[in-house]
Design a protein around this ligand. Structure first.
Ligand SMILES: *Cc1c(COP(=O)(O)O)cnc(C)c1O
Length: 406
């Protein structure tokens, strides 16, 4: 593909209008929106408004007058169409790790005669650690298997199957409807982690019979560093599932100040304490970048950008080995390549204004955020990568020095 051809594809992109909703630094090709979404243009102004007008002038009255107390639900309602869920099934709260803990504990306690939490051995580390914490606390056991062993491992001992929909390293995508159906056939519940799918792929949680799900607010949803996470609990399950942390915000009447916990009869029962209003305000602005966006087009663009990037990189750098599925339907919106000098290559690329990241032990990872990345970005990044690998420009001491966050 030529640069002109790449630009012609961008000119015909039905999502082209969304790029202006972000503030992207000049001269930078940002391919890390799967790790920290870019800053939406409206976020600084909206945050300033919440801080100065709401907090500054209206003070505590804002809980009512600006509806702060409802934000975990009202902002979830903005997220709902992105996940193919009804607002009644969603909350914004905590972090992904904490939401996962709540979801797994609730699911385990709903299957008291079963002990196993089934997961994949390559799952994201926090997901594995949290599963182990829940198992330790409730007298269960975590069974981590390879992806191809999941269905045969589902039996009458499994309380819950928990998986990350799109793998953070390889980008491999699970067949969510098929695995959910297999888990249900074995009598187990499912908890899906959608951190690398929400905002990049078309999802249909309600229609696909999903039980519980969690995911990050700061990746493709653009909520800002450490943004609150989301928790989905299918409406049909809400009455039988209980949060393991019965905080006052999950009480049926928090301001009745009753001495014992009486859970709300809806999704609010999964709330714990006072929501972080400033963080919610930033996530709200992040979700506004999806206004009028068609998720089918988002997924189509994810597939096109990753496809073009793979072809361009393979054309220029035979030394790199594709570590992601070749079939677009089998992957998410990021692509990984393996190389023994992956860390140094990524650092060298960053110095040239192409921001991807490194994932141990040997992966270069490039995320394509369909709302703001263009075909031209994929083309230019592949070109820079090709030059760096060919000239070994990465082989300098400064590119080998490891930083704390990779
Ligand atoms: C990014 C990510 C997380 C992050 O969890 P935090 O609690 O926000 O730190 C968890 N799980 C997966 C699969 C992720 O990709």
């Amino acid at each position: 593909m030529t640069l002109d051809e790449a630009r012609a594809l961008d000119a015909a992109d039905p999502l082209d209008f969304a790029r202006e909703r972000f503030r992207l630094p000049e001269g930078v090709i940002y391919l890390d929106g799967n790790s920290l979404g870019a800053l939406p243009a409206e976020t600084p102004g909206q945050l300033a408004q919440v801080v100065e007008r709401q907090w500054g002038e209206d003070l505590i009255a804002s809980w009512n007058s600006h509806g702060w107390i409802e934000w975990p639900r009202t902002i979830a309602a903005k997220l709902a169409p992105i996940l193919g869920a009804r607002p009644e099934g969603l909350l914004i709260a905590d972090s992904t790790s904490v939401c996962l803990f709540k979801a797994l504990a609730a699911a385990m306690r709903a299957r008291p005669e079963r002990r196993i939490i089934l997961t994949e051995e390559s799952n994201f580390p926090t997901d594995l650690y949290v599963a182990q914490s829940v198992a330790d606390l409730l007298g269960g056991e975590v069974r981590s298997v390879r992806a191809d062993e999941l269905t045969t491992s589902l039996n009458e001992t499994v309380a819950v199957l928990t998986l990350t929909h799109v793998d953070y390293r390889s980008s491999a995508r699970h067949d969510m409807p098929a695995l959910t159906a297999a888990a249900h056939a074995a009598g187990a519940l499912t908890v899906w982690d959608l951190s690398h799918s929400a905002g990049a792929l078309e999802l249909d949680l309600d229609e696909r019979g999903c039980d519980l799900a969690v995911g990050c607010g700061y990746k493709y949803l653009n909520g800002g560093p450490g943004a609150p996470a989301f928790l989905y609990v299918a409406e049909r399950l809400q009455k039988e599932l209980h949060s393991p942390i019965g905080g006052w915000m999950g009480h049926a009447e928090p301001f009745a100040f009753e001495a014992s916990h009486r859970p709300a009869d809806d999704i609010s029962r999964f709330l714990t304490g006072t929501p972080s209003i400033l963080a919610l305000a930033a996530l709200d602005a992040g979700l506004d970048t999806f206004a009028g966006v068609n998720l089918q087009q988002v997924e189509a663009k994810a597939s096109a950008l990753t496809e073009i990037f793979i072809a361009e990189v393979e054309d220029r750098c035979p030394e790199l080995r594709l570590a992601s599925p070749r079939e677009p339907a089998d992957r998410g919106s990021h692509v990984s390549f393996a190389h023994p000098a992956a860390y140094a290559i990524v650092q060298c690329l960053i110095e040239r204004g192409v921001v991807g990241d490194f994932r141990a032990p040997d992966l270069l990872r490039f995320g394509f955020a369909p709302l703001y990345n263009r075909v031209e970005d994929a083309w230019q990044a592949a070109k820079a990568l090709g030059e760096i690998v060919e000239t070994r420009a990465w082989d300098q001491p400064r590119f080998h020095a490891r930083q704390r966050v990779t």
